[in-house]
Write a protein that binds this ligand. Structure first.
Ligand code: HEC
Ligand code: HEC
Ligand code: HEC
Ligand code: HEC
Ligand code: HEC
Length: 457
């Protein structure tokens, strides 16, 4: 403040000082606002270079520590009434080194063993848990250690993008075809991490992208059935659609096609259970022959994407990420919560941005939907188990395959419909009305199957 001392009069210097102070203050505020706005636009300071070959999430994490910290929290295990997961102690052994697993679904409900008699799922099937476990849980399930599985299994259980490109000498699809045909034990040596940043993000722009050949082909077939030719999800989908499509890479029904064991999403006729059944019937696919009845049957797995598509949230444009990766504020930043988990453990951020009811009320609404679903599911399950017992009895009394064929057809459908909503992991929430409709159809198939046997007496 040399000016003050050098005799500029008394009023002026004070004015200058005040003006300067205010100016500095305003500038600081402006800088702060600009910085916050910039942060809001997800501009970021790159600490390390990330390329299209960097599959280690820890490297990406140096540039995006907040997303990475949340991503690592998918190790957490927290139970909800029907979902989440429960930590069960497990004695590590040579065959299975895990010290914590989740509860066994087939022990919780032994009727599942009857439904899946003669199939690997009848031996080991557990509650799912967070993304951090996807690779270790697959490597150690008895479905892998006691049954021969193809490399195809890895598509949804590891960061496969870079591994596939390497195996295909730069060609993702060539690598996909190669890994599918390898025995699991060999294929799994090519991967190191669970689903990673590179599987959902383009490294330069951080834009969302689909990297899974199974989804790229599946959605193209689906769109073709709706009259849209040559659909390319990465250039033609909206930003909001991508917030569900990145999850639809894995949370879908699938099968391994032919000797190539090609991972295939059966969406050629649509996403509804009857569309998928019609496709499987047309290509004459069966997952296995039921041990007790001899029926050629199907196994459904986690059709979250398909069922969500039938619900009011999808219809209203609400994406998987809206509920499972809701925005949160950290510092001045609005970021997506990469701790992917049950939204019931995060109701405030997951639901209350749109629904202005208390947390307790939102939880109550979900549980009411789930209780109704679970009750109906149990009724449908009893009916299926009764049908299986009746076919088995008819077979033991000497009914021929030709005589059993009509009842087998009904078992195949009753079982697949029930399994479709059972394997769907929201306990009916993603599409409440559709879930109950599918269970009602399943019940009807079980009933008709029993009627078909009546004629044999
Ligand atoms: C409107 C919010 C909402 C949307 C949108 C949504 N979900 Fe969910 N999701 C839920 C709720 C609520 C549950 C039940 C959680 C529970 O029972 O603990 C659930 C359960 C799940 C589960 C089982 C979680 C667990 O902890 O057991 C998975 C997996 C899942 N959703 C995946 C998806 C996928 C994939 C999509 C998009 C295709 C999607 N969800 C869209 C709200 C949503
Ligand atoms: C199209 C993607 C996809 C493919 C292919 C796939 N999985 Fe999964 N898997 C998932 C998803 C999604 C979950 C979590 C939801 C669930 O458990 O229903 C899961 C869960 C699991 C789990 C944990 C829960 C359980 O079932 O005990 C195991 C183990 C597993 N898969 C093994 C396998 C094996 C073995 C194969 C190959 C035969 C395979 N997966 C192929 C997507 C896939
Ligand atoms: C590369 C395949 C893959 C992608 C992509 C993927 N998931 Fe998963 N997800 C899985 C598998 C496999 C599991 C089960 C892991 C286990 O049980 O070990 C799982 C588990 C979950 C769970 C259960 C968590 C818990 O604590 O019980 C939720 C919820 C979930 N995923 C939602 C999503 C959402 C939302 C997206 C998209 C933002 C998504 N997933 C993308 C494969 C995937
Ligand atoms: C299963 C898919 C998936 C994986 C894996 C994933 N992300 Fe994301 N990420 C998303 C989604 C969905 C968004 C929301 C994007 C949008 O709305 O445009 C997002 C947004 C972001 C953003 C933009 C800012 C924000 O938070 O919304 C950054 C940065 C980011 N992710 C970093 C990472 C990093 C780092 C990793 C690995 C540690 C990672 N992501 C793993 C799905 C994923
Ligand atoms: C992005 C906005 C948005 C988010 C997030 C959202 N919802 Fe919704 N929800 C809607 C819209 C839109 C409807 C359709 C009814 C309407 O238009 O008001 C709806 C309907 C519902 C319904 C009644 C419809 C049905 O399925 O029968 C329930 C229950 C519900 N939401 C629960 C939840 C829960 C629980 C969460 C959090 C896990 C959630 N919602 C998150 C927008 C949202």
């Amino acid at each position: 403040m040399s000016e003050v001392k050098s005799g500029w009069g008394k009023v002026l210097p004070v004015t200058i000082i005040v003006t300067a102070a205010v100016t500095i203050g305003i500038s600081a505020l402006l800088v702060n606002i600009v910085e916050r706005k910039e942060e809001g636009k997800h501009t970021f300071f790159r600490v390390v270079e990330v390329t299209d070959d960097t599959d280690d999430p820890a490297v990406w994490g140096k540039n995006f520590p907040l997303q990475y910290d949340a991503y690592k929290r998918t190790v957490d295990m927290e139970r909800t009434r029907y979902g989440g997961s429960e930590a069960m102690p497990h004695l590590p052994s040579q065959a299975d080194p895990r010290s914590v697993v989740t509860q066994s679904k087939i022990d919780e409900d032994p009727r599942l063993k009857t439904m899946w008699a003669g199939y690997a799922f009848g031996v080991d099937f557990r509650e799912e848990r967070g993304h951090a476990y996807m690779l270790i849980d697959q490597r150690n399930t008895r479905r892998v250690t006691e049954f021969k599985q193809p490399g195809t299994c890895l598509n949804c259980h590891a960061s496969t993008y870079v591994a596939m490109k390497k195996l295909g000498n730069g060609d993702l699809f060539a690598g996909f075809e190669k890994i599918n045909m390898m025995p699991y034990g060999e294929a799994t040596k090519n991967v190191k991490h669970p689903v990673s940043c590179i599987d959902c993000h383009e490294p330069q722009t951080m834009q969302l992208r689909v990297t899974r050949p199974g989804f790229l082909e599946g959605i193209r077939n689906l769109k073709a059935s709706q009259g849209v030719a040559n659909y390319d999800v990465n250039t033609m989908a909206s930003a909001q659609e991508m917030r569900s499509y990145v999850c639809g890479q894995c949370h879908v029904e699938y099968y391994f096609k032919g000797d190539q064991k090609r991972l295939t999403y059966p969406w050629h006729k649509g996403l509804k259970v009857e569309n998928i059944t019609a496709y499987y019937d047309e290509v004459q696919h069966k997952d296995w022959v039921h041990r007790d009845t001899g029926a050629p049957v199907l196994k459904a797995q986690h059709p979250e994407f398909e069922m969500w598509s039938q619900g009011v949230h999808a219809r209203s444009g609400v994406a998987c990420a809206d509920c499972h990766m809701p925005y949160k504020r950290e510092g001045g930043q609005k970021i997506s919560d990469h701790h992917v988990r049950s939204p019931l453990n995060n109701i405030n951020r997951a639901c209350q941005g749109c629904h202005h009811f208390s947390e307790q009320e939102m939880k109550g609404r979900v549980e009411e939907i789930q209780n109704r679903f679970f009750q109906t599911r149990n009724v449908a399950m009893d009916a299926l188990v009764a049908l299986i017992a009746d076919i088995r009895a008819a077979r033991e009394k000497g009914a021929t395959d030709a005589q059993l064929t009509p009842a087998w057809g009904f078992q195949r459908k009753a079982q697949f419909y029930l399994d479709f909503v059972e394997a769907e992991n929201s306990t009916g929430f993603h599409a409440p009305g559709e879930s109950l409709r599918v269970l009602a159809d399943s019940l009807d198939f079980s009933r008709k199957g029993q009627l078909a046997l009546r004629d044999l007496r």
